[in-house]
Design a binder for this molecule. Structure first.
Ligand SMILES: [Zn+2]
Length: 413
């Protein structure tokens, strides 16, 4: 509680969120505004981009021979198909169209090529996973900044919270993807491609795209959509907090207390209490949008109020509470840093999967980032900066790394 100055008060409206924040945080808020959009521009992700993904639906026919014969008749005029049978009894059939360029029927190593063709589903679905996270992040970042700068602090807090949750979730999924792909590469190098790898990756992708949380109060929704339970978001936030020196928990909990009707909602509209010097009572200013209050001494009247600095050491200056505004700015800037790095890392891993398996060239359909290597002296499309002849994407090569440390620069007091 601070002492209330006696005399008249006057208000002045700041221009954007950075005007309310301590200088180092205001600069950080400003500098991260367009980072994600710039990154998407650099990698060639256009506005209005679209993609599609292949879902192979396993079939367990009661009469295998009859089923395969009928299938062959049905797709006789549909170009090249890959048909794979599992080793269990009765076998599961995985059948799907592939590009005519695959030439599976004329290939000596048909089985291996057919197994690798399964990666057309894996690669195209990983692209879907990457795109929806990229679009989600961009929507949330753009909303957080525009709501924050127009002082719609409650929805800005809701967007910043979701942005931080998205960063935590996407980063942990990327770590898991890298770990899984690393194990598969090693196994392929030693033992060759196998169905099992496809199932392992498919299971992971299902979890990344289809996990949900519906409780017993909505049994029908829980039955239909709740089969794969999503990880508790607090667990994700806790793991991200361990990867940084930043105040992730503090900021996240302030955002939660602003998004839920509670103390944060009040603080978002309030100035600190001003107590009377008798200590018998206090007043609290609230305002729909932030105002800068100043005590006007009689001698100050008429002296350049409009241009007066908003942050001053003047003891007679009253400021709004900025607890929630600071949590919004700090967590949004941090989340954008995590997302920019992780979207980059994740795309490098997906590109490595595509270039190692040659899946994009085997697909019978078009999708975003269907990359392939061209001539030996051309640049590899994986953004390594190396020529194709030096960027081999072999099974024995380690997959690209994922950033594990997001420590933030020390903040000035
Ligand atoms: Zn490469």
């Amino acid at each position: 509680m601070i002492e209330a100055p006696a005399g008249e008060m006057k208000g002045e409206k700041p221009r954007g969120l950075s005007d309310l924040l301590p200088r180092h945080l205001g600069e950080r808020w400003q500098s991260r505004r367009d980072n994600l959009s710039k990154f998407f521009g650099e990698i060639g992700l256009k506005q209005g981009e679209f993609s599609q993904a292949l879902y192979i639906l396993p079939v367990k026919p009661t009469e295998l021979g009859k089923y395969l014969k009928e299938l062959a008749i049905k797709v006789a005029n549909e170009g090249e198909w890959s048909v794979l049978l599992s080793r269990d009894d009765p076998p599961t059939v995985l059948a799907f169209p592939v590009s005519p360029k695959c030439r599976l029927r004329r290939s000596a190593n048909q089985f291996q090529k057919s197994v690798l063709a399964l990666y057309t589903a894996v690669h195209s679905r990983l692209i879907t996973w990457w795109l929806i996270n990229a679009w989600r992040s961009e929507q949330l970042a753009s909303a957080t900044w525009s709501l924050g700068d127009s002082f719609k602090i409650i929805p800005a807090a809701a967007c910043a919270r979701s942005l931080l949750e998205t960063a935590a979730s996407f980063w942990l999924e990327t770590v898991k993807l890298r770990e899984t792909w690393h194990g598969i590469k090693l196994d392929c190098w030693r033992n060759g491609p196998d169905h099992r790898h496809y199932y392992e990756l498919t299971k992971l992708i299902y979890t990344m795209l289809w996990s949900a949380k519906f409780d017993k109060k909505v049994p029908e929704l829980a039955q239909t959509y709740g089969k794969i339970e999503r990880t508790n978001v607090l667990t994700l936030i806790d793991k991200l907090a361990q990867a940084t020196s930043g105040a992730v928990h503090e900021d996240y909990q302030w955002l939660c207390n602003a998004v839920h009707p509670s103390i944060g909602g009040m603080l978002a509209f309030a100035a600190p209490m001003m107590g009377h010097d008798t200590k018998t009572h206090a007043f609290q200013w609230v305002c729909s949008e932030p105002l800068h209050f100043e005590h006007i001494r009689s001698g100050d009247r008429g002296r350049g109020g409009e241009n007066r600095a908003l942050w001053t050491d003047d003891a007679a200056t009253e400021e709004r509470q900025t607890t929630i505004e600071e949590a919004v700015a700090r967590s949004a800037a941090f989340a954008v840093d995590v997302l920019e790095r992780t979207l980059d890392d994740a795309l490098r891993i997906i590109d490595d999967i595509g270039l190692t398996t040659h899946a994009p060239g085997m697909a019978s359909f078009r999708y975003w980032r269907q990359i392939s290597q061209k001539g030996q002296n051309s640049m590899c499309p994986c953004r390594s900066g190396r020529k194709v002849k030096h960027c081999l994407h072999r099974w024995l090569d380690e997959p690209p790394e994922v950033t594990r440390d997001f420590s933030v620069e020390e903040q000035s007091p």
